[in-house]
Design a protein around this ligand. Structure first.
Ligand code: FRU
Length: 486
C-alpha cells in the first residue's frame, strides 16, 4: 500500500518520540560522525552548499535496520562540526518512487535547490522499474516533487540509477550508473538545457568501453567533475574479483582520471584506483563549495557486507558517514585530506616529541582515547627490515613494513573477533593522522596519499593506544580528545 508523505512523516515522528523515551545508553553512537537518528543509513545524496549552508542528504530507511523503501534523510551544517537534523526531504510516496527514493544529487538554479534521484519501483509482476526524478525546493528543506524527467533508454536493464547532475558551458549534464543488457556495468551521459528534457549521449565509461575489459556487472553512484585541468570520474563498480591487495571488499569505490570530450561525449581515462584501502567505504559523492574545494563524503559501510553482525542493530540503527574529505590531484593521484573545519573538534592536547621506540612496545602518557585524533610524524625514514605498528583500542592495528613497502590495517571481525586484513603498497611512511571515534577509525596516510576507513566495535571502555617496532624508530605524536557533537 502506498503511504502518503504525511503518513510516513507521522509514523516517523511517533517512532522518534518512542525512541527518545526508551533512550538506552549506546556506547557505539559516534561522537562526531553522522549517523541515522534510527534505522539504516547508506549513501550520501544531494551534497551541496546552498546559501552558505552545507546540505547532506542520505539514503535512509528510518523504520528498520535493513535496506528497504528508502527516504532521503537530511542534515545541514555551516562547518561540518555542528549538524542539524532536518525534516525528511523525500519519501517513497508516489507511483514513480513507491519502493524507494534512491540515490541522487543536487544543483542550484535560480536560487532554488533542485535534486535528481532515482525512483525505484517494483511492479505487480515483481519486476524492477526505474525513473530518474526531479524535486525542487525554495528553502532547501521542503521539496516539491516534479516526477520523472527521464525514462530508461534501450540497451539497459532496470539497474539504472543514481543521477549526478552538473553544469558545463551553459548546459546541464547527468551521469547515471547502469547495467547494459549484456549485464556489464556502465556510466551513461545525458544533456539538457532546461533540466526537464534530457538527450541520451551514450555510455562514456564502463566495462568493455575505452579499452577497459571486464569490470563488473553494475556501476553505482557515478560522479564526474573537473579538478585542476583534468576530469575525475568516481564510481562504485560491483562484481570485480579480488586481485592481490586490490578489490578485497565485496564492492569497490574508486576513480579514473581523464578528460571528458563534451562535444563527442567521449571520456578518455587511465586506470581505476580505489579511493579507500580499508573495510568500510562506498558510494562517495562530491560537491564544490564557495572556497573552491572539492569535498567528498562516503558511506562508511558497504551493502550486504557484515551488515548482519553490526552490534548497533540491537539498538535500532546501523551505519554512518565518513568524515568530509577535501580532494587534491597530484599528477594522476587523488589525495584526500580531512576538511580543516574538523580541527574545531579538537579539545585537550597531549604531545610527545622524539619518542624513541626500540623493540619494546610502548604506551605513552596521555595518548589514549575513544574519541580522539592522533597525529604521528616520523622523524626519519623508517629503516630497512622494520615493521612499525600502532594498535588502537586493542581492536585495530596499523602496520608499516619497510621491506614489503606495505601498509596494513587489521581489525577484529565484528562477531567472530578473529583478525581480518586490508593492505596497500606504500613506498615510504611519513605520517599517520588517525581519527578514532567510538566505533570507527579513519587513517590518513602521508597527508592523504592513502586512506583506510573501518568501523570497529571494541570494548567501549578500551582507550589504549600502543606503539611497537622491531628496531629503532623515532617519531612525534600529538593526540587531541575530540568533542562529542552528535
Ligand atoms: C548504493 C545504492 C545505490 C542506490 C541506493 C539504494 O549503495 O545501491 O545504487 O541508489 O544504494 O539505497
Amino acid at each position: 500500500m502506498l503511504q502518503t508523505k504525511q503518513q510516513i512523516i507521522d509514523k516517523l515522528h511517533k517512532e522518534l518520540e518512542e525512541q527518545a523515551k526508551n533512550n538506552k545508553p549506546d556506547p557505539y553512537r559516534l561522537a562526531y560522525h553522522l549517523m541515522p537518528p534510527m534505522g539504516l543509513l547508506n549513501d550520501p545524496n544531494g551534497f551541496i552548499q546552498f546559501n552558505g549552508v552545507y546540505h547532506l542528504f542520505f539514503q535512509w530507511n528510518p523504520f528498520a535496520t535493513e535496506h528497504g523503501s528508502k527516504c532521503w534523510g537530511h542534515y545541514t551544517s555551516g562547518d561540518f562540526v555542528h549538524w542539524k537534523h532536518e525534516a525528511v526531504a523525500l519519501t517513497p510516496s508516489d507511483w514513480f518512487d513507491r519502493n524507494g527514493c534512491y540515490s541522487g544529487s543536487a544543483i542550484e538554479k535560480d536560487g532554488k535547490l533542485i535534486v535528481f534521484y532515482t525512483g525505484n519501483v517494483k511492479n505487480e509482476q515483481g519486476e524492477r522499474e526505474t525513473y530518474q526524478c526531479m524535486a525542487v525546493s525554495e528553502d532547501g528543506v521542503h521539496f516539491e516533487k516534479k516526477g520523472p524527467v527521464l525514462s530508461l533508454p534501450p540497451g539497459y536493464t532496470a539497474h539504472f540509477r543514481d543521477p549526478k547532475v552538473w553544469q558545463h558551458n551553459g548546459r546541464w549534464y547527468m551521469i547515471i550508473g547502469a547495467q547494459s543488457s549484456d549485464e556489464t556495468g556502465k556510466a551513461v551521459l545525458f544533456t539538457s538545457t532546461d533540466l526537464e528534457s534530457w538527450e541520451h549521449l551514450g555510455a562514456v565509461a564502463g566495462a568493455h568501453v575505452n579499452q577497459l575489459g571486464d569490470f563488473g556487472y553494475m556501476w553505482e553512484c557515478p560522479d564526474l567533475f573537473p579538478l585542476g585541468d583534468k576530469d575525475v570520474f568516481i564510481v562504485s563498480p560491483q562484481g570485480i574479483a579480488p586481485d592481490g591487495y586490490l578489490y578485497n571488499n565485496l564492492y569497490q569505490s574508486g576513480y579514473f582520471i581523464g578528460k571528458l570530450d563534451y562535444i563527442n561525449a567521449a571520456f578518455t581515462h587511465g586506470d581505476f584506483t580505489e579511493l579507500d584501502r580499508g573495510f568500510d567505504f562506498y558510494a562517495p559523492q562530491t560537491t564544490m563549495d564557495d572556497k573552491g574545494r572539492r569535498l567528498l563524503f562516503a558511506w562508511m559501510g558497504l551493502p550486504e557486507e557484515n551488515e548482519d553482525s553490526h552490534p548497533t542493530r540491537e539498538n535500532g540503527w546501523i551505519h554512518a558517514m565518513t568524515l568530509p574529505r577535501c580532494l587534491e590531484l597530484r599528477g594522476d593521484k587523488l589525495f584526500q585530506k580531512p576538511a580543516e573545519e574538523l580541527q574545531q573538534l579538537r579539545k585537550k592536547k597531549v604531545e610527545h616529541k622524539n619518542v624513541i621506540l626500540d623493540t619494546c612496545p610502548q604506551k605513552l602518557d596521555g595518548i589514549r582515547g575513544t574519541a580522539a585524533e592522533l597525529l604521528i610524524i616520523l622523524n626519519e625514514e623508517v629503516g630497512p627490515d622494520t615493521t612499525f605498528t600502532v594498535s588502537i583500542r586493542e581492536e585495530a592495528e596499523i602496520t608499516f613494513d619497510s621491506t614489503l613497502k606495505r601498509l596494513t590495517l587489521s581489525r577484529l571481525r565484528f562477531a567472530a573477533k578473529t583478525k581480518e586484513y586490508r593492505h596497500c603498497r606504500l613506498a615510504h611512511l611519513n605520517s599517520l593522522q588517525i581519527f578514532i571515534d567510538t566505533s570507527s577509525i579513519e587513517i590518513f596516510v602521508n597527508d592523504g596519499e592513502e586512506v583506510f576507513t573501518a568501523r570497529i566495535f571494541p570494548d567501549p571502555g578500551n582507550d589504549t593506544i600502543t606503539f611497537a617496532a622491531n628496531s629503532r624508530l623515532s617519531f612525534n605524536v600529538t593526540k587531541w580528545d575530540m568533542s562529542f557533537v552528535l
